[in-house]
Design a protein around this ligand. Structure first.
Ligand code: BES
Ligand code: ZN
Ligand code: ZN
Length: 499
């Protein structure tokens, strides 16, 4: 466990094992970013030439560890590059890089640019997110994380809004780390039943009045007519679940629904995936994890926005009881769907959840899912696709920008929605049409059939929810927790705009 402290102070005399400063590049060479000046002064004029001599160029993502030999109080100086224009996201990334380069320090002081609350938040969030590591299941795994204390320096540390931002960063990244843990957990441990239990416990642990979770069992799903979740789950030895979360603040200024895809393992079902595409399919519940984490954070922050969360949980497996291409499923509300590809299972579990959400007529439904590989082909693995009503999409884009998450708008063309509605000869909707082109838009168009009249946004996080490489910036390896910050920021902005 790491303790986080925000205070004013001099990084040259602070008594922690390591001190982190930022260095930017300008036309004139390297310059120490605000916050780090006392460290640079302690070294005097030789500082910049020393960094250059050690091969440090100040580029974003670059990092250099320097033994201080007593020049400053800390034994180790960690210099992180901020690049040319150190903006908010640059500072967030630098804090993340620093977190992975502390060389076993038990305590660290961050002396990065913190002129205002937003920067303090970016430093704290970037540091916690970037330093996240999954404990794993190796017998040789190191025990506890060695970092006991992290101090963030800020001249305005006593200002209310700065303190609030610092606390909010810890709340948000605390829950995002749980979302990461869930995504990283092996699928033989995390199945729909154990995941539902974990969600229930996690939500209860918040001990926030007005926040609750209700696990809907498979029998109840049958009564509700949730044929999508049941259909996808019927091939698995573990029964499917739907978890409904409620955050009911005293005086809500708006009411939203958050819906997440929670396929604890996606083998493809009878339309089985090739082996190499299956290895990371434990991550197919990242949308549900993001929703659960976001609802808890929104409640803990006391945001006056009522939230209904839906985590649609199933395991997609091939077996004698699995759904088949050719089956017709009936979604909650009565819409029938002809199945043509059991690997397009996400839209089926989401259809039930979106339909349930739409019935309650919220101001908006935001749905988040690892829905299509095609979205990764289109945008790469660091950018989420955002689909839906233009004005709502714009709000989500703004929230994502502020939260430091990358999203890009994608279309739902009318002719593709027509295909969904008209191309089945036996059911109301055709689940999947085997046309490769525009597969992400087809999936999004399918989802919009269940939103009724409610403003709707779909976030496809198939790419950015998982980092198969090593950590970069504030993004750790493995489960990234993508979406948590954007969803919380979206709610925070709703709360503010209604003031
Ligand atoms: N869970 C996958 C999507 C996915 C792909 C997530 C890569 C993360 C990384 C989804 O259920 C799926 O299998 N989608 C199909 C859709 C197709 C059948 C239209 C796909 O992407 O191939
Ligand atoms: Zn699939
Ligand atoms: Zn899937």
């Amino acid at each position: 466990m790491t303790t986080y402290t925000l205070r004013k102070g001099n990084p040259a005399s602070t008594r922690t094992d390591a001190v982190v400063i930022g260095v930017a590049t300008t036309d004139k060479g390297l310059t120490v970013a605000p916050g780090g000046e006392p460290v640079a002064s302690a070294y005097g004029r030789k500082f910049a030439p020393m960094l250059t001599a050690m091969g440090f160029g100040g580029k974003a993502g670059e990092v250099l560890r320097v033994p201080t030999g007593g020049t400053i109080s800390a034994a180790t100086l960690v210099v992180v590059g901020l690049g040319k224009e150190p903006d908010l996201s640059g500072v967030r990334r630098a804090a993340g890089v620093a977190a992975r380069n502390l060389a076993n320090a038990a305590s660290v002081t961050l002396a990065l640019p913190t002129p205002d609350a937003e920067h303090v938040r970016a430093v704290a969030e970037g540091f916690i997110a970037g330093g996240y590591r999954f404990a794993g299941r190796k017998q040789s795994a190191p025990t506890e994380d060695g970092l006991a204390e992290a101090i963030v320096l800020c001249d305005a540390a006593r200002r209310g809004e700065v303190k609030e931002a610092f606390a909010a960063a810890q709340t948000i990244e605390g829950v995002a780390s749980t979302a990461r843990d869930w995504v990283n957990t092996p699928p033989n441990e995390l199945n729909p039943v154990t995941f539902a239990e974990a969600i229930d416990e996690f939500t209860g642990d918040a001990k926030v009045k007005g926040l609750s979770a209700h696990v809907v069992t498979d029998e109840e799903l049958r009564e509700l007519g949730c044929g999508g979740i049941l259909g996808v789950g019927q091939g698995s030895a573990t029964r499917p679940r739907l978890v409904r979360l409620t955050w009911a603040p005293e005086r809500p200024v708006a009411r939203i629904a958050l819906v997440g895809k929670g396929i604890t393992y996606d083998s493809g079902g009878l339309t089985i995936k090739p082996g190499s595409s299956m290895t990371t399919m434990k991550t197919d519940m990242a949308g549900a994890a993001a929703v659960v984490a976001a609802v808890r954070a929104i409640a803990e922050l006391g945001l006056p926005v009522a939230v209904d969360g839906y985590a649609a949980l199933a395991e997609n497996m091939p077996s004698g009881t699995a759904m088949r291409p050719g089956d017709v499923l009936t979604i909650h509300g009565g819409t029938t769907v002809e199945i043509t590809n059991t690997d397009a299972e996400g839209r089926l579990v989401l259809a039930d959840a979106i339909s349930l959400a739409a019935e309650t007529e919220p101001d908006a439904i935001i749905e988040i899912s690892t829905l299509t590989g095609a979205c990764v082909v289109a945008l790469g693995d660091r950018v989420a696709g955002v689909f839906g009503d233009e004005d709502q999409v714009a709000l989500v884009e703004q929230a994502a920008d502020a939260a430091g998450e990358l999203v890009w708008p994608m279309p739902i063309p009318e002719h593709i929605a027509d295909n969904v509605r008209h191309d089945s000869k036996v059911a109301d909707l055709l689940q999947h049409n085997w046309v490769r082109w525009g597969a992400s838009s087809y999936a999004a168009a399918f989802l919009t059939q269940f939103r009724g009249e409610v403003p709707f946004v779909h976030l496809d996080i198939a790419g950015p929810s998982w980092n198969g490489g090593s950590g970069w910036g504030s993004t750790p390896a493995g489960g990234t927790g993508f979406g948590v910050r954007t969803l919380v920021e979206y709610a925070a902005r709703l709360a503010q705009s209604a003031d």
